[in-house]
Design a protein around this ligand. Structure first.
Ligand code: PBG
Length: 323
C-alpha cells in the first residue's frame, strides 16, 4: 500500500502536528557548557578563533555560570590555563591551581550546577602533550599517577564529576582507585572513552594554549578510521569504572555515537568540539549560513544519533533559542 493511501505530508501540515509527532526534543537540560579558566581577576579575553568564547578568571567564570544556570543549563566543564607549565604538569595538581580555585568559587556562589572538570596534562605541560615524556615518547604508565592526583585535587576542590580526556590506557582505573582510597567513592567519572585524533580541536588549542610542541597525538588518540575500536575503548573504560562515556568529536563520528548507544546502556555524551563551533561561526559571520537554524539542526542531529548529553560551545545561544 502506497500513495495515494499514504501521504506523509499529512503530518507535516502545521507546526502543531509537526510538534506533536517530533521524535527528538532538544532541551538545555542535556547541555554542558565548556569554560576556560585563566589566572587573575576581571579577565575576559575572547578567543580569536572562537567568537563568543572567552578565557576568564575565576570571578568572571562565576558570573558566566550564573547566566548558564539561569538559562536552564545544568552543567559546565572547566579547562585550565595555568600560570606556569613544566614537563610534568605539576601546576595541575595544586590546591591553588586555576581549575581548583574556579571550582571553589562556583561552589561558594551556591549555584545549582554540576561542575565537571577536564582531567588532562596538555594544558599544563610545556611540551603540550597529554602525558609525561620518556625517551621521546608519551609514557603511559608514568602519566597515570599524575592524572589520578589531578582528579583527586579536583574532587577536593568540590568537582561533581571528573572527566579524563588524555586517552592513556588504564587511566579510569587509576583515577577510580585514587578517588576511592580518599573517600570519594561516590564521585562519578565521565570518560572521554572514544576520543579521536582530530583536526577539529584546532581552535581549542588556541583557547586552552595546549598545542603539542612536537609531534602529534596519534600515538594516544584514536585513528579517525576506526569505529569497532571505539566499542573496545568504551568497554574497557566501563570495566575500569567509568559512570558516563563520551564520543568526541561529534559530527564526523555520529555513526560511532549511534553504535555506542546501541551497544551500551550508560549515559553517553557527544562533544560538539571547537572546530565544529568555529566553522558555523565563520560561515554565519559571512552570511553563508543561518546560525540559529544550523546550530539547532546540529544539536538535534547529535541527540538523534544517540547522545544523552551534549557538550557544546553553542549551549547558551541554543538555550536562548529554545526558550
Ligand atoms: C585535552 C582536550 C582537548 C579537547 C578537550 N580536552 C584537546 C586535544 O585533545 O587536543 C578539545 C575540545 C575542543 O576542541 O573543543 N585536554
Amino acid at each position: 500500500m502506497s500513495f495515494p493511501v499514504h501521504r506523509p505530508r499529512r503530518l507535516r501540515k502545521t507546526e502543531l502536528l509537526r510538534n506533536l509527532v517530533r521524535e527528538t526534543r532538544l532541551s538545555p537540560a542535556s547541555f554542558v557548557y565548556p569554560l576556560f579558566v585563566c589566572p587573575g581577576t576581571s579577565v575576559r579575553q575572547e578567543v580569536a578563533s572562537m567568537p563568543g568564547v572567552f578565557q576568564q578568571s575565576a570571578d568572571r567564570i562565576v558570573e558566566d555560570c550564573r547566566e548558564v544556570e539561569g538559562l536552564g543549563i545544568p552543567s559546565v566543564i572547566l579547562f585550565g590555563l595555568p600560570e606556569t607549565k613544566d614537563p610534568r604538569g605539576e601546576s595541575s595538581l595544586q590546591a591553588s591551581g586555576v581549575v581548583q580555585r574556579a571550582v571553589e568559587a562556583i561552589r561558594r556562589a551556591k549555584l545549582n550546577l554540576a561542575v565537571i572538570t577536564d582531567v588532562c596534562l596538555c594544558e599544563y605541560t610545556d611540551h603540550g602533550h597529554c602525558g609525561v615524556i620518556e625517551n621521546g615518547e608519551v609514557a603511559n604508565d608514568a602519566t597515570l599517577a599524575i592524572l589520578a592526583e589531578q582528579a583527586l585535587s579536583h574532587a577536593r576542590a568540590g568537582a561533581d564529576i571528573v572527566a579524563p580526556s588524555d586517552m592513556m590506557d588504564g587511566r579510569v582505573a587509576a583515577i577510580r582507585k585514587k578517588l576511592d582510597e580518599n573517600s570519594f567513592q561516590d564521585l562519578p567519572i565521565l570518560a572521554y572513552a572514544a576520543k579521536y585524533c582530530s583536526g577539529f580541536y584546532g581552535p581549542f588549542r588556541e583557547a586552552a594554549d595546549s598545542a603539542p610542541q612536537f609531534g602529534d597525538r596519534r600515538s594516544y588518540q584514536m585513528d579517525p578510521a576506526n569505529a569497532r575500536e571505539a566499542l573496545k575503548e568504551v568497554a574497557l573504560d566501563l570495566e575500569e569504572g567509568a559512570d558516563m562515556i563520551m564520543v568526541k568529536p561529534a559530527l564526523p563520528y555520529l555513526d560511532v555515537i549511534r553504535r555506542v548507544r546501541v551497544e551500551f546502556s550508560v549515559p553517553l555524551g557527544g562533544y560538539n568540539v571547537s572546530g565544529e563551533y568555529s566553522m558555523v561561526k565563520a560561515a554565519a559571520q559571512n552570511g553563508w549560513l543561518e546560525e540559529k537554524r544550523v546550530v539547532l539542526e546540529i544539536l538535534t542531529g547529535i541527540q538523534r544519533a544517540g547522545a544523552d548529553v551534549i557538550l557544546t560551545y553553542h549551549a547558551k545561544d541554543a538555550a536562548r533559542w529554545l526558550k
